[in-house]
Design a protein around this ligand. Structure first.
Ligand SMILES: Cc1cc2nc3c(=O)[nH]c(=O)nc-3n(C[C@H](O)[C@H](O)[C@H](O)COP(=O)(O)O)c2cc1C
Length: 193
């Protein structure tokens, strides 16, 4: 096993940005799966859309409905794992992350502004979903409200801060590198694929 070298920045995140660029022609390259843990300790997984990086250029942004089950799960346990496969370059990123939910109760000016900014960038169709009856409720319960220009209370932004990354590349020579954040520094080493 190679020596673990502490680094201030994370090479795996650099690789992730490269993968986003190289796979940008694939319509689905911004979809990834994110798993959470229910209060009963069961894993729950679902597909979401990557909405860009936060101001720190490291956290991953996702939008969701504040009434959805993942919000309850993340309130109990902020740990989540992303699985992201890029088909063109044949590489997988498994990202362990700590999640911050930025909703209408947010007290940070910066996060609140970021939430507004992401809302403003959404299409009409994407915005409309936040005015539908609550997700997961039986069909035909609740009413659809009129779409407003300002972000509704149902609109939440998830900020996923990576704490570990497992990067697997399935090229002719397969490679796998693990990166872990410890005491504010990234430690990276190669492992068998
Ligand atoms: C291609 C695709 C993209 C999706 N994007 C999102 C998204 O960005 N945010 C989101 O909350 N749900 C998204 N969904 C729906 C989720 O997969 C999931 O069904 C929903 O969030 C409810 O999950 P929960 O009950 O575990 O909270 C997407 C589904 C698909 C198939």
């Amino acid at each position: 096993m190679k020596e673990t070298i502490p680094v201030a920045s994370c090479e795996a995140l650099v690789q992730l940005k490269t993968a986003l660029r190289k796979n940008r022609r694939d319509a689905h390259h911004r979809y990834f799966q994110i798993a959470t843990v229910t209060p009963e300790g069961q894993p729950k997984n679902r597909t979401v859309v990557f909405r860009g990086f936060g101001a720190d250029d490291t956290s991953l942004l996702v939008i969701t409905d504040s009434r959805s089950e993942k919000i309850v799960e993340l309130e109990q346990n902020a740990s989540a794992e992303i699985a992201w496969y890029f088909t063109r370059t044949r590489e997988q990123f498994r990202i362990s992350a700590l999640t911050t939910c930025v909703d209408y109760r947010c007290h940070s000016m910066e996060d609140s502004a970021l939430r507004d900014q992401v809302w403003q960038q959404l299409s009409e169709a994407a915005r409309a979903q936040f005015f539908w009856p609550g997700p997961g409720l039986p069909l035909d319960t609740g009413t659809t409200a009129a779409v407003t220009d300002a972000a509704p209370d149902t609109f939440a932004l998830l900020k996923l801060s990576p704490v570990a990354i497992d990067h697997l590349v399935l090229s002719k020579v397969q490679t796998r590198r693990r990166s872990q954040l410890q005491d504010g520094r990234w430690h990276e080493h190669w492992v068998n694929p």
